[in-house]
Design a protein around this ligand. Sequence first.
Ligand SMILES: [Zn+2]
Length: 168
Amino acid sequence: MPQLTFIYCPHCATALIEKEIHDVRRLFCPECQYVHYPQPKLVALVVIEYEEKLLLLKRNIEPARGLWNFCGGYIELGETVQEAVIREAKEEANIDIQLDKLIGIYGGEEGSNVVAAFHAQLPGNQISHLAIQAEEVSEFAFFAWEELPPLAFPVHYQILRDWKAIKL
Ligand SMILES: [Zn+2]
């Protein structure tokens, strides 16, 4: 069970109390009746391939600093999951991509993020555009499937296994 994190009501700043609502203990505001429902965050990422190699970015932030991951990030309010991942690819690597497949939806257990993983083929005309934009990334590189570097999170390995299975 993830931690209940708020101390004060995010709407009216009254101290929240714990209250049982439909058999679950929730944080509740006695002033405005706000109920805090903890929910997982949604992350979208994209496995980008170019000539059978994977584009990976090296993380420059904790957790997993120095390990490699895919373009991606949190969904902003008001954008679709697909728009978010296209935006992240632009922000992190300066490339315009089109998504071709949803690989799968992962995570959620023990309070982890929910991850939506897509696949995209990098158009050849984007290669010269590739550049690190975001502070969270220190470098990018293409890797052959047989020589992948250490990936940042276990779910990344699962996503690649699933993509291989879809691809075949
Ligand atoms: Zn309140």
